[in-house]
Design a protein. Structure first.
Length: 172
């Protein structure tokens, strides 16, 4: 797959107000998208919507925007809607942060948007997140749930995330 130009990704710092503006927009997306997915039975478990805009934020705008989105999205959703449930919040926060780390790292190395790179970031956070969840819960079955039930959401993250990032023409 062809990689788009170097300007396709940027890295905003914590001192840059644009990082907070970007994160606020992506958090809003991570609030709306899960609400839409939860209209379908087990929609959250299948589509994994809480991670979508975290991927885009971290890959396109760097670690700062990614981490802000990764932490604020699950907390806001839990406080506003009770989903994720408080008991699940720690593992979802761990996976969200892992996604922000993986996506921003891959994007910084690739310096553009490539399907294989987006897939690598998603597979990396899922692999490490599965191990983390297994360690936190002691249940391999629970840890594998995101893969077993959430494979459609993983595919949406990879292909949908790639399309959104490739065509997102925001200049910050």
């Amino acid at each position: 797959m062809k990689t788009t130009s170097v300007s396709a990704v940027c890295s905003l710092s914590y001192r840059d107000s644009r990082a907070y503006m970007a994160a606020a927009l992506f958090v809003a997306g991570n609030i709306v998208l899960p609400q839409l997915c939860h209209l379908v039975p087990q929609g959250g478990l299948v589509w994994l919507p809480i991670y979508f805009f975290t991927l885009v934020a971290a890959y396109k705008f760097g670690l700062t925007a990614g981490l802000l989105t990764a932490v604020a999205s699950p907390v806001a959703n839990s406080l506003l809607f009770g989903m994720p449930a408080a008991a699940m919040l720690p593992i979802i926060l761990v996976k969200s942060v892992l996604l922000a780390l993986a996506a921003s790292f891959v994007a910084s190395k690739v310096r553009g948007v490539a399907l294989w790179a987006v897939a690598l970031a998603v597979v990396a956070y899922q692999a490490v997140g599965t191990m983390a969840e297994w360690g936190m819960t002691g249940s391999l079955t629970a840890a594998l749930q995101d893969i077993r039930l959430g494979w459609p959401g993983i595919l949406v993250q990879i292909f949908g995330g790639y399309v959104v990032m490739k065509y997102l023409k925001v200049r910050m």
